[in-house]
Design a binder for this molecule. Structure first.
Ligand code: ZN
Length: 158
C-alpha cells in the first residue's frame, strides 16, 4: 500500500528552521494520523508523502508561502490592558492568549497598561526543512472519507 488519496497515513515528522533549530516535531509522541488528499496537513507535505510506502522517509523544504505564510507586521496590534477579562494583570511577554473568535495571539509586550499582541503563526516567515517518515498506511472508512478527516477518536463527536 502506498500513500494516496483516501488512505489514512501515520507519520512521524520534524521541521528545522534556517538556524538549524527543531521548531516542530512529534517524534516523542504517537504518530500523527491524517486522511490523505483532503488538506488536513500542508499541501507541500502531502505532495512529498504521496507514493511513499510504509517505513518510507522523505525530506522536503517549504518556503513560508507553502508553509505558514509570510510574517505580516499588520497582524501586530496594541490593546488596552483593561480589555482583558481579569484586567490583564497576569499578562506577560511570551504568553499566548485566545481572542474571542478563538485565534491564538502571542503577547510580545506589556507596558503602561498597553498590551502588544501578535496574531502571526509562530512559524510564519520561516523556511522549514521537514523530515517525514511513514509509520503506517490503511484504507480510510467510508465515514472518514465522507467527513474528510480521520476518526482516530470515535468517542469524540464531530
Ligand atoms: Zn468526522
Amino acid at each position: 500500500m502506498i500513500v494516496a488519496p483516501d488512505k489514512v497515513v501515520s507519520i512521524h515528522y520534524h521541521a528545522i528552521d534556517e538556524s538549524g533549530n527543531i521548531v516542530d516535531s512529534n517524534e516523542d509522541e504517537a504518530p500523527l494520523d491524517y486522511l490523505h488528499g483532503y488538506g488536513n496537513i500542508l499541501q507541500g507535505l502531502e505532495d512529498a508523502l504521496a507514493g511513499l510506502s510504509e517505513d518510507g522517509e522523505t525530506k522536503v523544504r517549504l518556503t513560508p508561502k507553502d508553509a505558514y505564510g509570510d510574517y505580516d507586521p499588520e497582524m501586530v496590534f496594541e490593546v488596552n490592558q483593561d480589555q482583558f477579562p481579569d484586567g490583564g494583570s497576569s499578562l506577560e511577554e511570551g504568553a499566548v492568549v485566545q481572542s474571542s473568535d478563538g485565534m491564538e495571539l502571542l503577547v510580545t509586550r506589556v507596558e503602561n497598561d498597553k498590551v502588544t499582541l501578535d496574531a502571526n503563526h509562530p512559524l510564519s516567515g520561516k523556511t522549514l526543512d521537514f523530515t517525514l517518515k511513514v509509520t503506517a498506511i490503511r484504507d480510510a472508512t467510508e465515514e472518514e472519507i465522507a467527513h474528510g478527516h480521520v476518526h482516530s477518536h470515535p468517542h469524540e463527536p464531530h
